[in-house]
Design a protein around this ligand. Structure first.
Ligand code: APR
Ligand code: ZN
Length: 247
């Protein structure tokens, strides 16, 4: 059922175990492109399809090209001249957690903006650009170290290649993160899904663990799972959350 902001406010006011499940659409109002919108990353022209360049096999066989794409399209918004900041959606979710109504944010995003907004319990299903490690000795590195490196970033301790802690296509998701996310969703009285096309698995399959009757889908476009939502709002999630009275 399509609802308005007043009904969303009523549902949130009546819940004290909310879980949020989000995707790239949560960060577009912070200036970070999503993937599948008409102006998203996957509609842009590159020498190789973006989903190929973000795969494990491409990372292994074309490391230089991988890092060219990764730095230009995924790191620029975090380490570039005008780094992305949390928007009203990130801030509202952090506030809902602070007042004890929201128990966890589960995100497919790798930009770290939920934590930057103040969220504490954040399950990053696809990892984070903020975590990077040497594939030989395991030393950790800041994202800025990779951003500044020419070509393939090398460890300053052992000379090994540095890999971002992001889940590439063909790679598995972290078991502990998945288990925590499933626990949170299965215990939630309200599940808010926002800014995701819900087409990438296993992430999208997590919403099937929700047992309640208050599944709210907030998305700009129609999604693959609109029919299973109890309530939906089609619009910009930052704009929508900025109208909520929280706390
Ligand atoms: N408010 C609400 N919805 C929005 C907004 C916004 N401001 N901006 C975009 N959207 C919606 C789009 O309509 C789209 O349906 O967010 C959705 C984003 O979908 P995708 O681009 O497919 O992003 P996502 O669902 O997060 O992709 C999942 O795919 O490539 C992989 O690993 C990558 O984590 C990513 C995964
Ligand atoms: Zn090393």
């Amino acid at each position: 059922m399509e609802i308005d902001i007043n009904k969303l406010q009523e549902l949130i006011d009546g819940s004290d175990n909310i879980v949020f499940f989000g995707g790239a659409g949560v960060s577009t109002e912070s200036g970070i492109k999503d993937f599948r919108s008409v102006d998203g990353l996957y509609h842009m022209k590159f020498k190789y399809p973006p989903e190929t360049m973000l795969s494990h096999s491409f990372y292994v066989t074309h490391k230089e090209e991988f890092f060219d794409f990764y730095k230009d399209k995924l790191l620029e918004c975090t380490c570039g001249a005008d780094p992305a900041k949390p928007n009203a959606a990130h801030l509202a979710l952090a506030k809902l957690e602070e007042i004890g109504k929201l128990k966890a944010v589960i995100t497919q995003n790798i930009d770290g903006l939920h934590q930057a907004a103040g969220s504490k319990t954040v399950y990053e299903l696809h990892g984070s650009v903020l975590r990077n490690y040497c594939e030989s000795c395991g030393k950790s590195f800041e994202a800025s170290y990779l951003y500044k490196a020419d070509g393939v970033p090398k460890c300053d301790k052992c000379g090994g290649d540095i890999k971002p802690d992001v889940v590439l296509y063909e790679e598995g998701l972290d078991n502990t993160t998945m288990t925590n996310a499933i626990m949170a969703i299965s215990q939630a009285d309200m599940l808010i899904i926002g800014g995701t096309s819900l087409v990438v698995y296993p992430a999208a399959g997590l919403i099937d663990y929700y047992r309640g009757k208050k599944l709210v889908l907030i998305n700009y476009d129609a999604t693959a799972r609109d029919s299973v939502a109890d309530y939906s709002i089609h619009g910009k999630i930052g704009e929508i959350f900025s109208q909520l009275k929280i706390g």
